[in-house]
Write a protein that binds this ligand. Structure first.
Ligand SMILES: *Cc1c(COP(=O)(O)O)cnc(C)c1O
Length: 438
């Protein structure tokens, strides 16, 4: 398993004055402690040089939107062509970030408005977003919560998290809790263990999800200890955030393997970013690599209207074009849902190419991914029932509890009235071997 590339070795040595071991590099706390926050360090570690004019403009950007990148993620940049490199573009500040468009907003998703308790965004009927960390292991330039980046670089106080937990306890409609931030995996294992334990005590909380970019930007955070802790709290789902196939390195594949082996269903949320992944070939390669590593592409986001992101935005048509190139052309489970998170807090709205061409009362006209136009005959008889919610009189099976599965064993089987077994025969019985099968 390659841990070091030459570049990684070189970066690690520069950081630690030659005194570096593989276990340093693979220690997530070492990575965080040595996160790169200055443009000069960025240039020095990669051996690149910007012209002074450009550096000046970038310093201005930094005053508003700070820089932070882990040595690991930095090491993935292709120095030969760094200006087009997807990792560079996602991590290095650009003067364009200061261009605020007329329709840009600081909180386009109205997350702060839809917040009935500290850290909670309750937008959908049955699930909440619970921000339990204000920090990230790196600052994505395309962050939708850019307004908060570097703000209060701290973990919210326990009392604040208690208030969020209290909200969830008091609202039995909440069956799904999405832990987000910041990055929840910036919390220590013990702290996260506490939050998960408290959530698990709440009977109406059926599932917990964690949104984290650690497998991408700091895969060493996925340790055996973390996995063993998470496993105690199943069902836990994890969504991560790969945007480009180059991000699936040996280290990040290993992190995904550990998570998947722990029985954690994995999903991926990508953002469509101009100059980074706004290309059918790149996206197809990304989704293929994801499913190869047991990650289901979940959402492809149209870039939000947050301030400072205008240079990353593509027209919506680009997203539809990419979906056109995926649907039908590759495995259904490799296709994410393309969504716009509606400005003003309307939630995610799915967008697809149109497949329905026309319809009459008995026929539907459709086209497939190849452009073949086809028809579907509607059923001749369909008794559309008037649903007045009088479920007691309905013929549909509305027993929604799990079907019971009985399995008796041994002599109990012979005694049971509900079982037709008349004899039990030892394996390899000679008499049975001699029998004709007809
Ligand atoms: C995205 C989001 C969710 C989760 O939505 P799903 O479609 O269930 O993944 C929940 N709350 C908020 C505020 C969100 O933005």
């Amino acid at each position: 398993m390659p841990i070091y590339s030459e570049r990684q070795q070189n970066i690690a040595e520069q950081i630690s004055d030659n005194d570096v071991t593989i276990s340093n590099w693979r220690d997530w706390r070492w990575q965080l402690k040595n996160s790169v926050e200055k443009v000069e360090t960025f240039e020095r570690l990669l051996g690149i040089e910007l012209d002074p004019m450009e550096r000046g403009k970038i310093e201005l950007t930094l005053k508003k939107f700070p820089l932070s990148i882990t040595p690991y993620y930095l090491s993935l940049i292709d120095v030969e062509d760094f200006r087009n490199d997807p990792v560079f573009l996602q991590s290095f500040p650009m003067p364009e970030e200061l261009e605020i468009g007329k329709k840009d907003m600081s909180d386009p998703l109205a997350e702060d408005k839809d917040s009935p308790a500290p850290g909670i965004t309750h937008r959908y009927p049955d699930r909440v977003l619970f921000h339990i960390s204000n920090v990230c292991s790196m600052y994505c330039r395309h962050c939708t919560r850019k307004r908060k980046v570097g703000d209060v670089d701290s973990i919210p106080a326990k009392e604040q998290i208690e208030q969020g937990l209290d909200y969830i306890r008091k609202n039995p409609v909440v069956r799904d809790v999405l832990l987000s931030g910041g990055d929840p995996l910036m919390l220590s294992d013990d702290y996260l263990d506490w939050v998960l334990t408290e959530l698990r005590k709440i009977e109406h909380v059926q599932i917990v999800r964690i949104g984290t970019r650690m497998p991408v930007v700091l895969p060493y955070r996925i340790t055996e200890d973390l996995i063993n802790m998470l496993k105690k709290h199943h069902p836990v789902w994890i969504n991560t955030h790969f945007n480009h196939p180059r991000e699936l390195t040996a280290s990040s594949r290993e992190a995904l393997r550990l998570l998947a082996d722990a029985g954690i269903p994995l999903g991926n949320q990508s953002v469509l970013l101009a100059g980074i992944n706004d290309c059918q070939r790149i996206m197809k390669s990304l989704v293929h690599k994801l499913v190869e590593n047991r990650v289901r592409p979940y959402y492809l986001y149209q870039c939000d209207l947050s301030e400072g992101l205008s240079h990353f935005r593509t027209p919506v048509g680009k997203g539809v074009e990419i979906m056109e190139g995926l649907i039908g052309h590759t495995s259904g489970f490799a296709v994410p849902t393309y969504v716009i998170d509606a400005p003003g807090g309307g939630g995610k709205i799915p967008l697809n190419p149109n497949y329905l061409i026309s319809l009459s009362t008995n026929k539907v006209v459709l086209r497939n991914y190849e452009g073949v136009i086809t028809t579907y005959q509607e059923p001749e008889k369909y008794e559309s029932s008037f649903c007045d919610r009088k479920c007691d009189e309905c013929h549909l099976q509305l027993k929604l509890e799990d079907a019971e599965e009985f399995r008796s064993t041994g002599i109990e089987t012979l005694l049971a009235d509900y079982d037709d077994t008349i004899s039990l025969t030892p394996e390899g019985n000679d008499r049975f071997e001699r029998r004709n099968d007809d």
